[in-house]
Design a binder for this molecule. Structure first.
Ligand code: GLN
Length: 456
């Protein structure tokens, strides 16, 4: 029935770059046989999982949304994918994204543009727009994305689903195509907080194949997600919630602020103590992020030289081969980031840009730490606006980058953050969803999941 739904909706949504029909049917038959034999099944048995196409899968193409990897096959599964499969999950296919994760709309995919299921003339967000649209349209139950600067949370908000960016190090990055390695994390999409928590539990944990993965134990992320049954009780009594002042004005749509303020008063009704908290360095996050992410990407993407991976241009000498392969295979946004990053890292500019951005990063980390010493969680809008029209910001990269203002700080600080649908603003035929972002202390995903679960 999921495959039928994919067939029906995919011509309009274009969430997937690859749907593994025969693999899915084979897995389903295998599952049937195991049920008949009375075998015990894993907790994800039969669950349809979408996987962002910058996450490697051994039996399907992995393009990262880039033409330079057209037809490229990897010999192994990413650790997160391997774990999902070991628990019985079925990978339905590879979802669309902005090339190598660089973008906020999926318009930057080298292959196709995904539509937002709430209004198909709008973007689903990005870069994990395919995963968000797929979960939103129930083409799959849950999906993996990656979040370097908001690429799980922003599309979750635009598509009205739950999105979780785990703490840096919680989930192995082995098999995730590197964009900006100090910021990249694999994240989860679900149509409920419970589904999202189950997926997080499945993929978390130390992995010797990723030197930055954490040795911390993995709790049962679902253990605190109990249904609230006592009417009139205040299930979040005394929980200190800081609403980030800097996200309530400036470029944020007043209608979005309205939704977030009513979410805050709903949290108060549930027993929370909500106060405004100021993070004075907040506005520095965006420029620091774009310098650091571009710098790291300029180094990471040097591996796509037409020799080691993917498609190769025909050329007379080696330099021309590198140059032509990259000129043909990489899209314009990716080239712009490589140029920006190379510039920021070059002698004479390094101190003025890269080093300063690293210093800003430290200041941001400290200010989050202070705010989270005073508060149990922080909240903000997930995005400054609801989903906008396809094409609206395509030729205005700075306007697109500005939309990341609410998300990038969390990556710079390495913290976990959950986005849950919290209301609607005008737009489309049925209104457009807006997500509430809940930020927790490092490795305290349990708390934001608990609050998110009661809130939803
Ligand atoms: N939109 C941001 C960027 O283009 C975030 C991307 C991401 O998280 N992968 O860098």
């Amino acid at each position: 029935s999921f495959l039928d739904r994919v067939r029906l909706t995919e011509p309009v949504l274009r969430s997937f770059l690859h749907v593994a029909e025969s693999h899915v049917l084979e897995e389903a038959r295998l599952l049937d046989r195991r049920i008949e034999n009375g075998e015990s099944l894993g907790p994800l048995a039969g669950v349809f999982v979408g996987v962002k196409d910058n996450i490697c899968t051994a039996d399907m193409p992995s393009t990262g949304g880039s033409r330079i990897l057209e037809g490229y096959r990897v010999a192994y599964d990413a650790t997160a994918v391997r774990k999902i499969r070991e628990l019985g999950g079925i990978v339905v296919g590879k979802t669309n994204l902005d090339e190598f994760g660089m973008g906020s709309t999926t318009e930057g995919s080298g292959y196709q543009v995904t539509a937002n299921p709430w209004d198909v003339s709008r973007v689903p967000g990005g870069s994990s727009g395919g995963s968000a649209a797929a979960v939103s349209a129930r083409q799959c139950v849950v999906a993996l994305g990656s979040d370097t600067g908001g690429s799980v949370r922003q599309p979750a908000s635009f598509c009205g689903v739950v999105g979780l960016k785990p703490t840096y190090g919680r989930v192995s990055r082995y098999g995730l195509m590197a964009y900006a390695s100090s910021l990249d994390v694999i994240g989860c999409f679900g149509s409920s907080v419970l589904d999202t928590a189950i997926l997080l539990g499945a993929i978390s944990g130390f992995d010797r194949l990723d030197a930055t993965s954490s040795k911390r134990g993995v709790p049962d992320f679902t253990s605190e997600l109990n249904p609230v049954s006592i009417l009139g009780a205040k299930p979040l009594e005394g929980l200190r919630v800081g609403i980030i002042r800097e996200t309530l004005d400036g470029g944020v749509d007043p209608a979005v602020v309205g939704v977030i303020k009513s979410a805050a008063s709903h949290l108060e009704d549930l027993g929370c103590i909500v106060n405004e908290v100021s993070l004075p360095s907040f506005a520095l996050g965006l420029p620091a992020y774009y310098i650091l992410a571009s710098s790291e990407s300029s180094s990471n993407l040097s591996r796509y030289d037409g020799v080691r991976y993917g498609s190769q241009a025909i050329a007379d000498d080696l330099n021309a081969l590198y140059g032509d392969s990259r000129a043909k295979g990489l899209g314009s946004e990716v080239k712009m980031r490589i140029l920006m990053g190379t510039y920021a890292l070059s002698a004479g500019y390094y101190d003025a840009y890269y080093k300063r951005a690293q210093q800003v990063r430290t200041i941001i980390q400290k200010s989050f730490k202070a705010a989270l010493d005073e508060n149990d969680i922080l909240i903000s809008p997930a995005t400054p606006s609801a989903a906008y029209k396809i094409g609206e910001k395509k030729n205005d990269p700075l306007a697109m980058y500005a939309g990341d203002v609410t998300t990038v700080n969390v990556n710079l600080a390495g913290l976990p953050a959950l986005v849950v649908p919290s209301g609607f603003v005008d737009g489309g035929s049925s209104g457009l969803p807006v997500g509430l972002q809940m930020i927790g202390a490092a490795f305290d995903e349990e708390k934001i999941l608990k609050v998110g679960h009661i809130f939803e």
